[in-house]
Design a protein around this ligand. Structure first.
Ligand SMILES: Cc1cc2nc3c(=O)[nH]c(=O)nc-3n(C[C@H](O)[C@H](O)[C@H](O)COP(=O)(O)OP(=O)(O)OC[C@H]3O[C@@H](n4cnc5c(N)ncnc54)[C@H](O)[C@@H]3O)c2cc1C
Length: 309
């Protein structure tokens, strides 16, 4: 039996994020399928609707958020189909499908591509919206098509060529991604051990260079373009973590929030941390880095705050 909006929408619901801090959603929906998602979007057209993926790049303010939060966790199916050539396979994943799970499953099946994203916590929709990636590549390199819904519930199919992917940017933020098609490569039986080793290598690199065991939202700031005072050239990006470290912020602490000693672009949380501690710490890091080298850091982490008091 299909659910009505009265069944779908919950009130004052906690929002689960990797930071593990912050308030809840005044109104929250976890649609079971695309039809329920469209019902929610139509009902809240003209209001603030926020999409929740895995909450790995998200900071929710202590007061929580108004409008509607739509959690796509139940849109989580994934299947493979043959690609255009014999060594290609297309992964069709709904937006809520868990990226780390798909990485392990695809490598187990002998499909290469996703292993370069090992160690990135995300839903597939969140990974594509953010164009998640790192030292070994970005998800945009695999995307062939994105299926999305507009704020009024209209469905769209967007080929990769029409998406303006850039560093941690997709240009799709005005849409709700409902599913994604990714092109993977079928690996010969004899090279499967090498694929599994690659996955382990990428994972080991992440564990060595980032505070993976602490609560965080990954990198808080984008790596800036090298145009600031004292920075060479332009067009290339410099490590925000290096600038934060050089500006003397490693170990800086406000309340329960601390600039990680392992990777200065990560803010990690301790017991009793509040969202406000993290916001204040990000402000302070921005001030210090600007004073140190003239660079205005841009936030990578998304901060959800009330639009009305
Ligand atoms: C320990 C740790 C390590 C990390 N390492 C990396 C890394 O190496 N590289 C990297 O790029 N990131 C990294 N991150 C950040 C995070 O993993 C990525 O940004 C990821 O893409 C977030 O996906 P999500 O599903 O959790 O999105 P969320 O955090 O839930 O949401 C992030 C933004 O995307 C929007 N969104 C989510 N899903 C959809 C959708 N279906 N449609 C429309 N909008 C949507 C949200 O509204 C929000 O604005 C790390 C985070 C942690 C905690």
């Amino acid at each position: 039996m299909s659910r009505t909006l009265y069944d779908i929408i919950e009130f004052n619901k906690a929002i689960d994020t990797w930071f593990g801090v912050g308030g809840g959603a005044d109104r929250y929906a976890r649609p079971a399928d695309r039809e329920e998602l469209a019902d929610c979007l139509v009902a809240y057209a003209g209001h603030t609707v926020r999409v929740l993926g895995d909450g790995a790049n998200l900071l929710v303010d202590d007061d929580g958020v108004d409008g509607l939060v739509v959690d796509l966790a139940d849109l989580d199916s994934a299947e493979y189909s043959p690609g255009e050539s014999p060594d290609e396979v297309i992964l069709h994943a709904q937006a809520g499908a868990n990226l780390p799970r798909l990485i392990v499953e695809s490598v187990r099946e002998g499909y290469s591509g996703l292993e370069s994203l090992a160690g990135i916590p995300a839903s597939i929709g969140g990974a594509v919206i953010m164009n998640a990636g790192g030292a070994f590549g970005s998800i945009s390199e695999l995307v062939t098509r994105v299926h999305a819904m507009s704020s009024t519930g209209a469905e769209l199919v967007i080929p990769a060529e029409q998406i303006s992917f850039d560093y941690r940017h997709s240009g799709l933020e005005h849409l709700v991604i409902t599913s994604v098609e990714l092109r993977l490569r079928r690996v010969a039986e004899k090279t499967r051990p090498a694929l599994r080793d690659r996955l382990k290598e990428v994972m080991a690199y992440k564990k060595k260079t980032q505070p993976m065991a602490d609560r965080s939202a990954g990198c808080c700031f984008k790596n800036p373009l090298a145009v600031g005072r004292g920075l060479p050239g332009s067009g290339t990006r410099v490590s925000a973590g290096k600038l934060i470290d050089e500006a003397g912020c490693k170990g800086l602490r406000i309340g329960g929030a601390e600039v990680s000693g392992v990777h200065a672009n990560f803010i990690v949380t301790h017991d009793g941390c509040r969202a406000h501690d993290i916001i204040e710490l990000m402000d302070e890091v921005e001030r210090r880095v600007h004073a140190f080298c003239g660079v205005h850091l841009e936030r990578e982490v998304k901060v959800w705050q009330r639009t009305e008091p």
